[in-house]
Design a protein around this ligand. Structure first.
Ligand code: GTP
Ligand code: MG
Ligand code: ZN
Length: 243
């Protein structure tokens, strides 16, 4: 029997991707590319979901052969160097593919990311033949076409299991107390110790050392903005549920 192959095909749930796998998934590979334009909020949410469930996150900047990949790699390094392993890859030139294979060997891995970043192409590249259907970007070139419609789990000959998933634009995190959100932004920690208020949410509080670090350029403004956006969103859901 062929040792490689699809061992399972799962109907996806529209907005929650991390959950169906938590029971045995060890690693999430978050794929980004210069096109379609990276959605960093999605990356934040995926990393929070992974951290929450003890899953090891790797961020792959794919399409390294295209212009703009360096800039994405730089932005990702700025924002996530403390949170995830970061690799720059190309399924067209094979750049970084061996290193990725090393990192995921023997694990149960889930590929995640927007449509058309190259998740299915990455599986084909690793397999060395075109098993998974791949698709182009839309005519406007800004979004993918949601080519993969099922979550498919593929077994490699070394025992590694990789789940190819559907690209998605929306991901809702499980509800949690918003005051826990900052614990997922570990790069805030070294400054948070100097906030005036204990349990500071780094939001509306005064004398906040995290906000100061943002002003001083020590924490990227874009990363802090995403934190605030997510905080406000989770706080609203939390208040709707409990207040
Ligand atoms: N230039 C370049 N294009 C790539 C690379 N990897 C994938 N692509 C192209 O990106 C497009 C989308 O690839 P897919 O593998 O279908 O993307 P996907 O993430 O599986 O998309 P969904 O199934 O819709 O979620 C295709 O046209 C691929 O040929 C790469 O390394 N470089
Ligand atoms: Mg696909
Ligand atoms: Zn603070």
């Amino acid at each position: 029997m062929d040792k490689e192959g699809i061992i399972e095909s799962i109907e996806p749930r529209k907005t929650q991707l991390v959950r169906p796998f938590v029971s045995n998934m060890d690693c999430i590979v978050i794929v980004l590319a210069p096109i379609p334009k990276p959605d960093m909020m999605l990356v934040d949410k995926l990393i929070i979901g992974a951290t929450e469930n003890g899953i090891y996150p790797i961020i792959c900047i794919n399409k390294a052969d295209l212009e703009g990949a360096d800039k994405v790699a730089q932005d990702v390094a700025n924002d996530y160097k403390d949170e995830a392993d970061i690799l720059v890859i190309s399924t067209q030139t094979n750049q970084g593919i061996d290193l990725l294979r090393e990192k995921i060997r023997g694990k149960y891995v889930c590929l995640a990311g927007q449509s058309a970043v190259g998740k299915s192409s990455l599986i084909n590249c690793i397999l060395g033949h075109n098993k998974q259907e791949t698709g182009d970007l839309s005519k406007k070139g800004d979004r993918g076409k949601n080519t993969t419609r099922h979550i498919e789990i593929i077994m490699l000959d070394d025992g590694t299991k990789i789940a190819d998933t559907c690209g998605f634009n929306k991901l809702e995190l499980p509800l949690f107390d918003p005051s826990r959100l900052s614990s997922y932004y570990t790069d805030f920690d070294e400054y948070a110790q100097n906030c005036k208020f204990r349990g500071c949410n780094h939001y509306k509080e005064s004398d906040c050392a995290v906000k100061k670090a943002v002003e001083d350029g020590k924490i990227a403004q874009s990363r802090y903005d995403r934190y605030i956006q997510l905080f406000a969103h989770i706080e609203k859901r939390w208040n709707n549920r409990y207040n």
